[in-house]
Write a protein that binds this ligand. Structure first.
Ligand code: ADP
Ligand code: MG
Length: 350
């Protein structure tokens, strides 16, 4: 039984999951096995770990988890032209599109996340994200270009009709992208599928979006390391999770630099420029959909307003690194985090 450090994401090294892996009986006499497998889905590395009474149950729980992620990808990915969300985008300004309850729910949750974060989270940001993506050649869109897109970044024009179960983007050219919340939602649903398939405990990690349930054999919680936003491969803090989800939004995941300025992939919906208040925001919540939905929105809100919001939300905690590299912990985390080199669970805020 070896301790391994698993880099959870291929493109976004925001969270490092540290746990037992392989297919092993753990504590002597324990009937449990721990099995971990990884596959590429939703454009990223998805790792699923199952704790189960037998090998067979562990593998079928992992299969059920991957199946669920694949099913949601078919509904939500804007890279798949036939997905429900692609059809909603293709029908912008034309007509409402009937969708599954799940697609409808993700968009509704995204609108709620927008409300909670004062518009910091905005899934209608799609056209602006694309304008910055023209940065294959590291090109910075002009103000004129961004101003022309601004009317399209309009969440009020994203219509969610529950009775008809349809989604409608009222303006031609609008595009929604649930990249900032969909992986957390998928992690929640993969966990439900794993439990139904008989897993006793486990972890679903889609890139930096991780959802855990139960405990490792021997009663240990799942330890996670949070990536330092400015020291590649270094851990900022460690935290143990139990029946919780964690998600990080960082300015170091996808970025380029020009004249000493960093341009990254999280945009402020007001300015349509990269948000400037934080280097990274990690949110811990009961559900992945909220951890994922809130990290991006709080990143945009900045450290002060973002932490004030976190303190008001029940069962939600955050670790924020501001633009100057200062670390802020929400009040519920002061005794839960460990710093590298520290052996017990005592942390300190700054
Ligand atoms: P990832 O793990 O893919 O980096 P994040 O949760 O950090 O995901 O969300 C970033 C993605 O969300 C971006 O790739 C972009 O598509 C989208 N995005 C960027 N800015 C915003 C915003 N203000 N609100 C909602 N989504 C955004
Ligand atoms: Mg997010």
């Amino acid at each position: 039984m070896s301790m391994v450090r698993t880099i959870v994401s291929s493109c976004c090294l925001s969270l490092v999951l540290i746990m037992e892996s392989g297919c092993v009986g753990l504590s002597p006499g324990s009937p449990s096995v721990v099995v971990k497998r990884s596959q590429i889905h939703m454009g990223t590395l998805v790792s699923i770990t199952a704790v189960a009474p037998t090998d067979l149950v562990a593998h079928s729980a992992i299969n059920a988890g991957f199946q669920e992620v694949k099913r949601l990808e078919q509904l939500l990915s804007t890279w798949i032209p036939s997905s429900e969300l692609s059809r909603v985008n293709d029908s912008a300004g034309i007509k409402p599109v009937p969708v599954s309850l799940e697609t409808w729910t993700v968009v509704q949750r995204a609108k709620q996340a927008a409300g909670i974060t004062g518009g910091g989270f905005n899934i209608a940001i799609g056209p602006a994200v694309d304008a910055w993506r023209v940065t294959e050649g590291q090109r910075i869109p002009t103000e004129t270009e961004l101003n022309a897109l601004r009317p399209l970044v309009d969440l009020q024009a994203v219509r969610t009709d529950l009775h008809e179960q349809t989604l409608y983007l009222e303006k031609p050219g609008m595009r929604i992208d649930v990249g900032g919340i969909g992986k957390g939602y998928a992690a929640d649903h993969a966990v439900i599928a794993m439990k139904q398939a008989g897993a006793l405990a486990g972890v679903v990690a889609l890139s930096g979006d991780i959802k855990t349930f139960g405990q490792l054999p021997g009663g240990r919680t799942f330890p996670v390391g949070i990536q330092h936003p400015r020291k590649e491969g270094a851990v900022l803090v460690y935290i143990d999770l139990e029946d919780e989800a964690i998600s990080t939004a960082g300015d170091y995941e996808r970025f380029f630099e020009r004249d000493g300025v960093r341009y990254h992939h999280i945009l402020d919906p007001n300015t349509l420029q990269p948000a400037r208040g934080c280097q990274s925001v990690t949110v811990i919540a009961k559900e992945g959909v909220w951890a994922d939905g809130l990290d991006t929105g709080i990143f945009v809100m900045g450290p002060e307003r973002g932490m004030e919001l976190i303190e008001r939300l029940p069962d939600v905690e955050a670790i924020i690194v501001d633009a100057d590299g200062r670390l802020f912990l929400s009040s519920g985390l002061h005794n839960r985090v460990r710093f590298p080199g520290q052996s017990d669970g005592r942390g300190q805020g700054q």
